[in-house]
Design a protein around this ligand. Structure first.
Ligand code: UGA
Length: 435
């Protein structure tokens, strides 16, 4: 099929490349010329496992352009995968989605299906359909479909090629038929429902996972008080298939571009409708407090960090990505700097993004951070070490070296990379989460 995907961010680009892998001819449209030029050179603007290889493998079926008019010309299906960033009040900013919808309506001269992949508040598909109908030039039929994306960063290609489910929110059989054709090679259950339910599946899924994390984090905090081990508790819970063993890793809270944004957006939407989502509100509050958990623990050893050297292992919001959005590092590093510390930071891929993100903020003391590409040099002669991301390099690191290389071997582990007994046996002063 002739498919267009608008937006070459995580959702758009991965969707496009995977659709090409399953045999469709896909044109990627973006307003950012730099991105398009990179893509034409076979370079992915995002760091994602297997993506570039798949781009190269399917290069004959993939086209990249900023010229949306020519792209829409023969498209049977147009996916919208542009961003819906968080606004100051917690709601989703839909201006990019609406702008693309208007552009499509003004450009296409044939009947087609428009598919909304971006995460959008309930009711957005109806609004987009209205924009399409109000702005189309002729009496062509443009159908709208809600088709939320469930990929996670770091495993985006795998999550898309081998999707857990395909949700299609649609109000007519013709559009449903087209979508079944789009996904005919995919081996995943297909749920067909109305567009509002499809939109809700996405939020309800993400918010449930966020809630699960905040729940285990609270249990972890209580484990510390009453002398239990959260890792064993989570294992014991996970054997119950009604609970499941995934997303029960206690830590320094969830980050990324999705959970923080989607919990706030659904909470906001409920408020707007005079309903309070108490569980989601609690998940948000617990997460905000959890991000500061290690700093609070560090007060046991130092009243402040004035004149000390602090090691930071891991800057990204999770391993396998260079994304720093809502990462624990972004919240904690300014506090540590403000406290007077010098920082030595390690991350396998996130350093450049970290520098870019911090440069434009109003963070004092960034010149007191030095960056390293190995853990030995990072922790050498430091007074305390924080772990914010569970990269393999960190998990597999020889724990005895914290004792050998640090000035004072105090290790605060926000991702439970090590066991308490190992740390103790090597003379490391260790505090994880929930043990
Ligand atoms: C998340 C969902 O997992 C995807 O299903 C969804 O499609 C995506 O959002 C989206 O809406 O686009 P992502 O944000 O890439 O994916 O990352 P996750 O792997 O879910 O991790 C999110 C955060 O939760 C990370 O900071 C991670 O460290 C944290 N986390 C995860 C925990 O603290 N504990 C866990 O047990 C699992």
């Amino acid at each position: 099929m002739e498919i267009v995907v608008v937006g070459t961010g995580y959702v758009g680009l991965v969707t496009a490349v995977c659709l090409a892998e399953y045999g469709h001819k896909v044109t990627c449209v973006d307003i950012d010329e730099n991105k398009i030029n990179k893509l034409r050179d076979g370079i992915s603007p995002i760091y994602e496992q297997d993506l570039e290889e798949l781009m190269k493998k399917n290069s004959k079926r993939l086209r990249y352009t900023t010229d949306y008019m020519s792209a829409y010309k023969d498209a049977e299906v147009i996916f919208i995968g542009v961003g819906t960033p968080e606004k100051k009040d917690g709601s989703a900013n839909l201006s990019y989605v609406y702008a693309v919808a208007k552009q499509i309506a003004e450009s296409v001269d044939h009947s087609c299906v428009v598919v909304l992949k971006s995460t959008v508040p309930i009711g957005t598909n109806d609004k987009v359909l209205k924009i399409l109908n109000d702005n189309k030039k002729t009496s062509i039929k443009i159908n709208i479909v809600s088709n939320p994306e469930f990929l996670a960063q770091g495993t985006a290609v795998r999550d898309t090629l081998h999707a857990s489910r395909i949700v299609i929110g649609v109000d007519n059989e013709d559009a449903e038929k087209v979508m079944r054709e789009v996904y005919k090679e995919y081996d995943a259950p297909i749920l067909v429902t109305d567009s509002r339910s499809a939109e809700m599946v996405k939020y309800a899924s993400n918010d449930f996972l966020a809630l699960k994390i905040s729940y285990i984090n609270e249990i972890a905090n209580l484990c510390e008080i009453v002398g239990a081990k959260v890792e064993d508790v989570a294992k014991g819970m996970g054997y119950d298939s009604r609970i499941g063993d995934k997303f029960l890793n206690a830590g320094i809270g969830y980050g990324g571009s999705c959970f923080p944004k989607d919990t706030k957006a659904l909470h906001w939407l409920a408020n707007m409708n005079d309903y309070e989502l108490k569980t989601v509100k609690a998940a948000i509050e617990v997460n905000e407090q959890q991000k500061l958990r290690l700093i609070k623990k560090s007060r046991k050893y130092y009243d402040n960090f004035e004149g000390l050297t602090v090691a930071i292992l891991g800057l990204t919001f999770k391993p396998g990505t260079d994304d720093l959005r809502e990462a624990a590092s972004i919240i904690n590093i300014p506090i540590i700097l403000d406290d007077g510390a010098n920082i030595k930071a390690f991350d396998p891929v996130g350093i450049e993004n970290f520098k870019k993100t911090m440069k434009y903020g109003d963070v004092e003391g960034l010149d007191r951070i030095s960056y390293f590409n190995n853990i030995d040099d990072t922790i050498k002669d430091t007074d305390i070490c924080f772990i914010f991301t569970e990269w393999d390099e960190i998990k597999n690191y020889d724990i005895s070296k914290f004792r050998k290389l640090m000035k004072r071997p105090i290790l605060l582990d926000g991702r439970n990379c090590y066991s308490l007994s190992d740390a103790e046996s090597y003379g490391v002063i260790y505090m994880g989460i929930g043990k």
